[in-house]
Design a protein around this ligand. Structure first.
Ligand code: FES
Length: 104
C-alpha cells in the first residue's frame, strides 16, 4: 500500500468515531463510511443523477432533488440498480486513514 496509491491523508482514525463523517478532500465533498466488516470508503457526496447534494438519513443516503436513495455502507443506488455513488477506497495505516488517489 504505497503513498502514491493512497495519498489523501484523512487524519487520525480516532476522530471518526461517529460515522458517516462529512469530509472535503481535493475540493470535493464526501461522506466517510465504514461497513460492518470495518471497511472504510469515501463516498462522493454528489448525486450521479443530476448533481444533487447527498445527505445521510438513518442508515442510508438520499438526494433531496429527486429522492434517489443509496446504500449507507457501499453507496450502491437503491433506486436504480445500475447507478451508485462514486467512491475512493480508504486504508488505515499507523492509526490514520488514507484515501486512494483514484476512484474505484
Ligand atoms: S439529482 Fe439526485 S436524484 Fe436527481
Amino acid at each position: 500500500m504505497s503513498e502514491e496509491l493512497y495519498p489523501i491523508d484523512l487524519g487520525p482514525v480516532i476522530q471518526y468515531e461517529i460515522l458517516p463523517a462529512e469530509i472535503t478532500a481535493e475540493d470535493s465533498p464526501y461522506w466517510l463510511v465504514r461497513s460492518a466488516e470495518g471497511v472504510y470508503r469515501l463516498l462522493l457526496a454528489v448525486c450521479p443523477h443530476a448533481g444533487g447534494d447527498i445527505r445521510p438519513h438513518e442508515d442510508i443516503f438520499y438526494c433531496p432533488l429527486h429522492f434517489w436513495t443509496f446504500h449507507g455502507e457501499t453507496g450502491a443506488c437503491l433506486t436504480l440498480s445500475d447507478r451508485r455513488l462514486a467512491y475512493r477506497q480508504v486504508i488505515e495505516r499507523n492509526g490514520r486513514l488514507y484515501a486512494a488517489a483514484k476512484f474505484d
